[in-house]
Design a protein around this ligand. Structure first.
Ligand code: LLP
Length: 421
């Protein structure tokens, strides 16, 4: 069910007309739909029915605390990858007993923060990390619950920058080394083994890599149990892809994915954790932008809009496709022409789409980038001293600003002049 639809020729977010939000906050802005976030959580929850499970939302995808609170209130736990994310999850009221801590470079300070505040488990990614965690836990008189993230050497068949499960990637320990690492863990007084973790990549549109990885995890579970370890939890990571281009073949659903989980690890009697990020938030958000100029180039036309690569970096960084639609619905049968949609930032990489077929959109009119709820606002920057854009959450016929646009003074006053200047 799509909650970003035209009504009487105007794009709506749930029951709110997008131009109404634009009048209140100005463009560009991100707009999220509470109903969509809720639906995505519910669909995942249903897909794992019959298995003891916890959905740990990978909050790196969209970490606004209003989004976290909405998901947390539905029952979600959180997958955090930094002390900052841990603090956000706590600020959103998520119980530490539902927070898992992932990431290849956890620092001593982050370990102390989570051990003191409480944590469900650390997903340990290397031996040096495990040794430091043991040391920190002992110093604090605590025991750190851990899984070890194994790298199953599976090709996720996704963009190279977001594949994580091949042996050449920096993530996890080689699965062949797992017995050795678990034996070392078992001998540490500050460490308690609770399970196994795996995550092979993001935007997977094929279920086979998941199946291969989870089969390897199932086999490892048997081996480690035979070695005497307690494997009561399997963290199966995130990564299920979403449809970015309307009309293209849709990727597998959470239901299909749940079935793979059931078939591969369902018989092991483990508690299942998953860490979806993109699927929860991606299609729950749009980025709304105004056209500044229609510019005619040499054999090429440009739509210069007020959003830029600093607001949504995915096209520049991953050659990612986002559907782009006019906020005012074009007349049926209106002619489309190929056009480049670009931002105002001073580099050619600031291009959202090349030769995209679009109906005419006049200067001052608005467009919306779809599927922008995940890895949009969180990856934005102030490049070109452009303020981070507001985030708005819609629920039925209400909307609220959940992060306001900073003032230029706030941005500039973070800089300080050295005394000697
Ligand atoms: N768990 C771990 C350990 C992860 O590293 C990630 C994503 C996830 C879960 C969530 O994956 P998801 O369900 O969202 O696919 N910025 C990139 C995506 C980076 C993903 C990084 N890790 C993009 O815009 O496509």
């Amino acid at each position: 069910m799509d909650h970003f639809l035209y009504r009487d020729g105007v794009l709506h977010a749930e029951d709110v007309a997008v131009p109404e939000i634009a009048s209140a906050v100005g463009t560009p802005f991100y707009c999220y739909s509470a109903a969509t976030l809720t639906r995505h959580y519910t669909v995942f929850d249903a897909a794992l029915r019959g298995m003891d499970h916890l959905i740990c939302y990978a909050m790196k995808a969209n970490s606004n605390i209003a989004v976290l609170k909405l998901l947390g209130d539905l029952g979600a736990g959180m997958d955090v990858v930094s002390g900052g994310e841990y603090r956000r999850a706590i600020a959103a009221g998520v119980s530490p007993s539902k927070i898992v801590f992932s990431g290849v470079g956890k620092t001593r300070e982050e370990m102390e923060l989570a051990l003191t505040g409480g944590i469900r488990q650390f997903n340990v990614e290397s031996e040096p990390e495990m040794r430091l965690l043991n040391e920190v836990a002992l110093e604090l008189g605590k025991v750190a619950p851990i899984t070890v993230r194994v790298n199953p050497d599976v090709d996720a068949k996704t963009h190279a920058k977001i594949a994580t499960g091949k042996s050449e990637n920096k993530f996890g320990i080689p699965i062949a080394k797992a017995r050795e690492v678990y034996a070392e863990a078992a001998a540490m007084d500050g460490i308690e083994v609770v399970g196994i973790d795996v995550h092979i990549g993001s935007q997977l549109v094929d279920l086979e890599p998941f199946r291969l990885a989870y089969e390897k995890v199932a086999e490892l579970t048997g081996v480690l149990r035979a070695d005497g370890h307690t494997i009561k939890r399997l963290d199966l990571g995130g990564g299920l892809g979403i449809p970015y281009a309307h009309g293209n073949q849709a990727p597998p659903t959470p239901e299909d994915y749940g079935q793979i989980i059931r078939e591969t690890v369902g018989h092991l009697g483990c508690e299942i954790e998953i860490e979806p990020g993109r699927l929860m938030a991606g299609n729950a958000g749009i980025l709304v932008s105004s056209v500044i100029y229609n510019k005619e180039g040499d054999g090429r036309n440009f739509l210069i809009v007020d959003a830029a690569m600093n607001d949504l970096i995915r096209p520049a960084m991953y050659e990612a496709h986002h559907d782009i639609i006019p906020v005012i619905e074009p007349a049926a049968g209106a002619e489309k022409r190929p056009i480049d949609i670009v931002g105002p930032v001073c580099e050619s990489g600031d291009t959202f789409a090349k030769q995209r077929d679009m109906t005419a959109i006049a200067d001052g009119e608005m467009i919306a980038f779809r599927s922008a709820g995940a890895y949009g606002a969180v990856m934005s920057s102030e490049y070109n001293t452009r303020p981070m854009i507001p985030e708005v959450l819609v629920k039925d016929d209400q909307f609220a600003v959940i992060r306001r646009r900073p003032t230029f003074d706030e941005m500039i006053n973070r800089d300080t002049l050295p005394e000697w200047m």
